[in-house]
Design a binder for this molecule. Structure first.
Ligand code: SF4
Length: 188
């Protein structure tokens, strides 16, 4: 990463242990993808080379909750499925974080029926709500960065008794950047 050339071989650095631990934690979020519907496609796109979630150190999708510390709920969750989601959340390693991706996960979306959970935060603590139907990959990345910023500043989630969710609601203000000319389909 170029750090070897920036620091003399026999040099040394001093810093706070807390900062090193926070840096390591925020740079190695391992997502547990709980994708039940169309939002899952955007979640897959976020990990693809175009959006490259790896730039944020969060591309290592794990399909075992014991190896994950970032639960991404992408899609609607039915009442029948909720116990599974709760079990997964409980089995994840501490400190752990939760992103509710899209309108369905956060509110039930258009599925205002008895069979669909009207917001997963009724059953598990949600740290970041990512708006959209579906949210673009940039919005999900913004959600990951919101957790990274929190870890940078605070380190660990609030502890002591019941887990207190951060409840960060992202605003849908992301402006899509214009495509580079060379990549625009049909450009001459
Ligand atoms: S929020 Fe929209 S895109 Fe996401 S699961 Fe619901 S209907 Fe599908």
């Amino acid at each position: 990463m170029g750090i070897e050339s920036a620091i003399p071989v026999d040099g040394f650095m001093t810093t706070q242990l807390r900062k090193v631990i926070n840096w390591a934690r925020r740079s190695s979020l391992w997502p547990m993808p709980f994708a039940t519907a169309c939002c899952g496609i955007e979640l897959m796109a976020t990990a693809s080379s175009r959006y490259d979630l790896a730039r944020f150190g969060a591309e290592v999708m794990r399909f075992s909750p014991r190896q994950s510390d970032l639960l991404i709920v992408a899609g609607r969750v039915s009442i029948k499925t909720m116990p599974v989601l709760q079990r997964i959340y409980q089995q994840m390693t501490e400190p752990k974080w939760v992103i509710s991706m899209g309108a369905c996960a956060s509110t039930g979306g258009v599925f205002d029926t008895y069979a669909v959970v009207q917001g997963v935060d009724q059953f598990i603590p949600v740290d970041v709500y990512v708006p959209g139907c579906p949210p673009r990959p940039e919005m999900l990345i913004e959600g990951v960065m919101a957790i990274q910023r929190y870890i940078d500043e605070e380190g660990l989630p609030p502890s002591g008794g019941k887990r207190v969710p951060l409840q960060i609601a992202l605003q849908p203000t992301h402006q899509v950047a214009p495509q580079p000319l060379g990549l625009t389909v049909g450009a001459t």
